[in-house]
Design a protein around this ligand. Structure first.
Ligand code: PLP
Length: 397
């Protein structure tokens, strides 16, 4: 039977899949069942940042598999301590809870925010989030997500989320008060369309959080682990949050999530308030440790160099095709190409797939690229050449 039919027979149809059967990967390439090679510019959605089948990461996880994979969080785990320390070395002194995904990391952050607020004052349990944000697919995280399409039909949702338009300082000031226990921000909205927050807005959010004793938490699930050219997305701004969440890139494909929060908040927590069976198991931590070892200043330099190439090449394309490209937004290797309405992004993604290049969408009509850090100028050039060809063809249609 065709895989399409088998998929339909056995899997809950939550996904609209592209017509490709991936069986293998190497660096920034994936291969289908017939051995056809595709350029991967999406990294499994900002997950496989260090490339497929990364030699060093594979060596580390293979070694760990033969020692021990899982023992439970009822026992001490040296690797969790090492990984927590490594994350804090690249951010600030804090304490870490490990889980298995982005939504779970945000769940932990929401629970800690509620515990923090409720202990301070009755009614201090509201959380500010932004319109157009994305924080995951659990009931709590869709409740915190500022996009109707992820919420519709799942009501009743969790209450006490207050939404503010990104970069609207006036609205933020109006909606912030002593009943807010936390504000959640993506430094650059990923699913929402690659939209970077303004420095003024982020600074105001910091000031108001301090003023009203609320936690400022960055959702770094997509922007963390070098993606934006910094270790973490918040480092693009001149602020220090009270906490942040990680997942996607942290294990280079091995599921792992983390909630990182400053000592003064972490120290208010007690045994039994939260837990995860798999969270921070030995295998996941071994992957995370290798990832953070590979993510050093030199790697950031490389990411920023590649980013510059992307930026200048894409700006050229925008000048050549002002009828199709509205705006180009390049932050490290987190890239959005905002297309004019007449050019539907899903058609462009399919054209790229026909040319053996994997791309993504975001927002309403944004072509999104999240390439592995292993790519080179050669692949960027190839991508632009194909893009130019597609746009030329489209123009003559
Ligand atoms: C992907 C994503 C999540 C959800 O992560 P999962 O691992 O799918 O639960 C949360 N926040 C942001 C910003 C994301 O990009």
């Amino acid at each position: 039977m065709e895989i399409k039919e088998l998929d339909k027979e056995w899997l809950i149809p939550f996904y609209d899949r592209f017509n490709i059967i991936i069986t293998k990967g190497k660096k920034h390439f994936v291969f289908d069942k017939d051995g056809e090679k595709y350029l991967d510019l999406v990294s499994g959605i900002a997950v496989v940042n260090f490339g497929h089948a990364n030699r060093e990461i594979n060596k580390a996880i293979k070694k760990q598999i033969d020692k021990i994979i899982h023992a439970s969080n009822l026992y001490y785990n040296k690797l969790q301590i090492k990984l927590a320390k490594k994350i804090c070395e690249k951010s600030f002194k804090a304490k870490v809870f490990f889980c298995n995904s982005g939504a779970e990391a945000n769940e932990a952050a929401i629970k800690v925010s509620r515990l923090y607020g409720n202990a301070k004052k009755q009614g201090k349990n509201k959380i500010i989030a932004l319109y157009n944000s994305f924080h995951g697919r659990t009931i709590a995280t869709i409740s915190m997500t500022g996009q109707e399409k992820y919420k519709k039909g799942f009501e009743p949702l969790l209450e006490n989320f207050v939404f503010v338009e990104a970069n609207n300082v006036k609205e933020l000031k109006e909606k912030f008060d002593e009943n807010i226990c936390a504000i959640f921000l993506e430094a650059i909205q990923g699913e929402g369309g690659i939209n970077k927050l303004s420095p003024e807005f982020v600074k105001e959010a910091r000031d108001l959080s301090t003023k009203y004793d609320a936690l400022m938490i960055f959702d770094e699930v997509q922007t963390g682990i070098g993606r934006t050219g910094k270790y973490f997305g918040y480092q693009n701004f001149d602020v220090e949050p009270d906490g942040f969440t990680l997942a996607k890139g942290l294990g280079n494909g091995i599921p792992i999530g983390a909630f990182v929060v400053k000592d003064k908040i972490a120290d208010l927590m007690k045994a039994g308030l939260h837990a995860s069976t798999f969270g921070g198991n030995f295998l996941a931590c071994a992957a995370g440790l290798k990832v953070l070892e590979l993510l050093d200043e030199k790697m950031l330099e490389k990411i920023n160099k590649l980013s510059e190439i992307f930026k200048s090449e894409l700006e050229k394309l925008k000048e050549e095709f002002p009828d199709f490209i509205k705006e180009v937004r390049v932050y490290g290797l987190m890239i959005g190409i905002d297309l004019k309405e007449k050019l539907e992004v899903k058609n462009i993604i399919n054209e790229f797939l026909n040319n053996k290049i994997l791309t993504l969408r975001a927002g309403t009509n944004v072509l999104r690229l999240l390439p592995p850090f292993t790519i080179t100028g050669k692949e960027i050039e190839h991508f632009c050449k194909v893009f130019r060809k597609i746009l030329k063809n489209w123009r003559s249609k």
